[in-house]
Design a binder for this molecule. Structure first.
Ligand SMILES: Cc1cc2nc3c(=O)[nH]c(=O)nc-3n(C[C@H](O)[C@H](O)[C@H](O)COP(=O)(O)OP(=O)(O)OC[C@H]3O[C@@H](n4cnc5c(N)ncnc54)[C@H](O)[C@@H]3O)c2cc1C
Length: 388
């Protein structure tokens, strides 16, 4: 742990997760000047090292479909761009509908996704069973499938980004906590860390589940809320499952890794906030086991190797928060990604970097800008296809 090496930077990014590192990468590529990324933990200590690696483009709103589609393209060329194999495997995502009402909702998603040029398919029960071998009879009346969705290993993605930004001159200070922002006349002029202050006119809040704390610590009220989500990995078994399988009604998701483990989670409500830490609860394991074995009975008896948890950074409408805060010049949001920041990071971070560089992005501020939370008269819109 060493503090920042310079006294002055062009941009400081708080958080060395996938969003912070990708943002730093785009900034460095554009040659904005000295960039500092700081993280109070170690690399991958946040949600970026604790997630399910799912990357999907099936979303309710066009704006999210577009960000996800661009991100899939970025992950496809990750090996070439960053020299790390992230094992991005496009085995598809199957959304399960347990009844006709749920299938009706998926049909609407399917239409949106198809209208964006992606080959989503509606499946009947037989179609779902072909893609999810061993599915219990009657467990689903049908679903949707998009073959180009997939899964990746988060760790090599983080390592590749870390090395790429450092090779481009970005300073990554690990074990260094940001505790405040210095302001003058409504502008950012510096960042205060536990290892000293630096002069910097632009600060990016990519602090994941802690982003709300950081914003509030500089006097900016935001509705971001950290929620703990649990996940497990089983012992490996012979490969039988290509797609990620998800069920919106209870947030169940699981895939089989290339090592053969089943990795997945489902929604178990916890007290919001980060105070409770990142442990595993007694409720999660039996609920997850019951949901999984009810769906695929032959998974009964499978040993669980590990269970862990991490924080989603949730917003009330399910859209992330991207761009400069109109209340404080030089303070940028790159947060609020809920349970889907890995799959949206490449495209979202490019917009964050554009915004830091003063360029106009193609994002609708009514969907992604922080102003949507305090602008009266905005018609509420939401991206509800959340999982986990
Ligand atoms: C169980 C689980 C499963 C998930 N599954 C998926 C999935 O399948 N697909 C998907 O796309 N997404 C998934 N996600 C969500 C995804 O992991 C996150 O959205 C994404 O990793 C967020 O990245 P980030 O860079 O914004 O935040 P993080 O990776 O959390 O990084 C934020 C960093 O900020 C640092 N930090 C915080 N405050 C400070 C401070 N004051 N000073 C310095 N550093 C600070 C933290 O130490 C942390 O390292 C899942 C999340 C969880 C918890």
């Amino acid at each position: 742990m060493t503090g920042p090496q310079r006294t002055e930077y062009a941009v400081a990014v708080v958080g060395a997760g996938v969003v912070g590192l990708y943002t730093a990468y785009h900034l460095a590529q554009a040659g904005v000047g000295p960039v500092l990324v700081l993280d109070r933990g170690f690399l991958s200590s946040g949600a970026s090292g604790r997630n399910g690696g799912g990357v999907r483009q099936q979303w309710e709103t066009r704006a999210t479909v577009r960000l996800a589609r661009e991100s899939v393209a970025a992950y496809r060329r990750f090996g070439r761009d960053f020299g790390y194999n992230i094992w991005f495997r496009q085995g598809g995502y199957v959304f399960l509908a347990e009844n006709e009402v749920a299938l009706g909702r998926l049909r609407i998603v399917h239409q949106t996704v198809r209208s964006e040029g992606l080959g989503s398919r509606i499946l009947d029960e037989a179609g779902v069973t072909r893609l999810v071998p061993g599915l219990a009879a009657g467990a689903a009346v049908g679903g949707t499938y998009l073959r180009t969705d997939g899964t990746l290993y988060p760790f090599p993605a983080i390592w590749g980004l870390y090395e790429a930004v450092r090779a481009r001159g970005v300073e990554v200070a690990l074990g260094v906590e940001a505790v405040g922002v210095e302001q003058e006349a409504g502008r950012v002029v510096g960042l205060v860390t536990r290892s000293g202050s630096v002069r910097v006119p632009k600060v990016v809040n990519a602090a994941g589940g802690w982003s709300g704390d950081l914003s509030r610590s500089v006097g900016l009220e935001v509705p971001n809320r950290a929620t703990r989500h649990e996940i497990l990995a089983t012992e490996p078994i012979k490969p039988f499952l290509d797609p990620m399988v998800v069920r919106p009604s209870d947030g169940l998701y699981f895939s089989q890794t290339m090592r053969g483990e089943i990795v997945g989670g489902l929604t178990v409500p916890h007290e919001p906030g980060t105070a409770q830490g990142m442990g595993s609860s007694a409720a999660f394991l039996p609920r997850m086991a019951a949901a999984l074995t009810r769906l695929i009975p032959r998974l009964g008896g499978l040993g669980v190797l590990r269970a862990w948890s991490g924080f989603y950074d949730d917003t009330p409408d399910g859209f992330p928060v991207i761009g400069e805060d109109p209340r404080l010049t030089g303070f940028y949001h790159a947060n609020g990604f809920g349970g889907h920041g890995f799959m949206l990071a490449p495209a979202s971070s490019r917009r964050v970097a554009q915004s830091v560089m003063g360029e106009k992005t193609d994002l609708d501020p009514g969907l992604f800008g922080v102003g949507r939370f305090f602008t009266p008269g905005e018609a509420p819109r939401a991206e509800r296809l959340q999982l986990g």
